[in-house]
Design a binder for this molecule. Structure first.
Ligand code: MG
Length: 130
């Protein structure tokens, strides 16, 4: 566990929320907002690609790219509402286990058990399949 203490000496967590079918659920959006307001370090960790990763893939497969303004609009809008635009991790279809440990997360909320939650739990992390 990599918990940290806030300036009142209270323990806080570094928490990741998946985006699709997790943070898009109003219940989890509200939970994320509540956790942020209580001083937890909340991030979005998505298997989507960033615009830069998308451009690389387009180049690789010789596909004309869509403009940046059409990519991840929903995700960026939600991140902005939570004021965590600088806390987005795009795994670009990679599974989330390595990112989870590399970034020192205490917990992940994700709707995918097989691909994301189970491997993290098996490696000693905490991932809540929602
Ligand atoms: Mg998902």
């Amino acid at each position: 566990m990599l918990m940290f203490k806030d300036n009142l000496g209270n323990y806080k967590l570094k928490i990741a929320f998946d985006f699709d079918d997790t943070l898009t659920d109003p219940l989890f959006f509200e939970l994320a907002g509540r956790l942020i307001s209580r001083g937890h370090d909340v991030w979005i960790m998505t298997a989507r690609s960033s615009y830069e990763q998308y451009l690389e893939a387009c180049q690789k497969f010789n596909i004309p790219p869509k403009p940046e303004s059409e990519r991840n609009v929903d995700l960026l809008e939600m991140a902005k509402k939570l004021a965590i635009e600088d806390k987005i991790i795009y795994t670009a279809c990679e599974d989330k286990k390595d990112f989870f440990f590399a970034h020192g997360f205490d917990i992940l909320f994700d709707d995918d058990a097989e691909w994301h939650c189970n491997p993290i739990c098996e490696a000693g992390g905490i991932a809540i399949h929602i």
